[in-house]
Ligand binder design. Structure first.
Ligand code: F6P
Length: 318
């Protein structure tokens, strides 16, 4: 059997650990394995590279992806998908393992619908893939953001200042919500929930009156841009807020234990599914057990936010 593996969309710490696990499990099971460079872009252009046990040596602990990645809008077109299918055929690929988040797994579903044998692995710092409690990269990104906001808190307290900290999450606020809880944010603003600037400005004043020495707003980029948000606070009530946009530093760095562990288990499971010819599924985790999510559900489903977490943050910052 000859299989291929690719990473697509935003890179996530732990992708390399997943590539290593997929590669070595495949070799152990007597399969031939190729890597596709630059995700779906490379797939459409036939950019394959042969992998062996040594080519994935010493990558378990590194961030980013050795296979490189890309955003590939062309892949969403009929022509793009046909190009990818053609290149899989030309390279005699029997099955494809796709590592990535929502957009990427929607792409896997397109291929699956065309009869291509595909298994997905849920990987994105946003942790927004339907049907899995965790995705590869979420824990590291969370820890990166938490570490940065802890430092911001020192300066916020020293100056008794309001801070608006923007974290990643173009469409979803799962990262912002979780990291907001872990840093004890005074307010968490996410795209899934409406927010009210006048109400927030009252809370800010009340918090300082109660003797708090800082007010930290954790804001998901998908809800608002931090500069605009801070401007709105100032325009309404003259509240001066400092702004920090954490940006891409969240996506880099060595994966945590959790991400290496998750990625390794996901990688092994994905190849086991290939061996069993169980295609059209994305490997994820539920209640500490590996789970298989139907690709159609991943493509169409919306992972709910944890409402309880959102509610408790309101009173934990009193
Ligand atoms: O990979 C997910 C993510 O990091 C989102 O949180 C963010 O909105 C987006 O990717 C940024 O995308 P790009 O790398 O294309 O700027």
């Amino acid at each position: 059997m000859r299989i291929a593996v690719l990473t697509s969309g935003g890179d996530a710490p732990g992708m390399n650990a997943a590539i290593r696990a997929v590669t070595r499990t495949a070799i152990y099971k007597g399969m031939e394995i190729l890597g596709v460079k630059r995700g779906y872009l490379g797939l459409m252009n036939g950019d394959f590279t042969k992998l062996n046990s040594r080519s994935v040596g010493s990558i378990l602990s590194t961030g980013g992806t050795i296979l490189l990645t890309a955003r590939a809008p062309e892949f969403k077109t009929k022509e793009g998908i046909q190009k990818a299918i053609q290149s899989l055929k030309e390279n005699s690929i029997d099955a494809l393992v796709v590592i990535g988040g929502n957009g990427t797994q929607t792409g896997s579903y397109y291929l699956h619908k065309e009869g291509i044998p595909v298994v997905g692995i849920a990987s994105t710092i946003d942790n927004d893939v339907f049907g899995t409690q965790r995705t590869i990269g979420f824990d590291t990104a969370l820890n990166n953001a938490v570490g940065a906001i802890d430092k911001i808190r020192d300066t916020a307290t020293s100056h008794q200042r309001v801070f608006v900290v923007e974290v990643m999450g173009r469409n979803r606020g799962i990262l912002a919500l979780n990291c907001g809880i872990a840093v004890g944010a005074d307010a968490i603003i996410i795209p899934e929930k409406t927010f009210n600037i006048p109400e927030l400005s009252i809370r800010i004043k009340e918090n300082f009156e109660r003797g708090k020495k800082h007010f930290i707003v954790v804001l998901a980029e998908g809800a608002a841009k931090a500069e605009k948000f801070a401007d709105a606070l100032f325009l309404l009530d003259g509240i001066k807020a400092s702004v920090s946009v954490l940006g891409y530093l969240q996506r880099g760095g060595n994966p945590t234990f959790e991400d290496r562990f998750l990625a390794t288990n996901f990688g092994v499971k994905a190849v086991e599914m290939v061996e069993k010819k169980k295609f059209g599924v994305v490997v994820g985790i539920q209640n500490n057990e590996m789970t298989l999510i139907d690709m159609k559900q991943v493509a169409n489903g919306v992972k709910p936010i944890n409402e309880k977490l959102f509610d408790v943050q309101k009173f934990l910052s009193i």
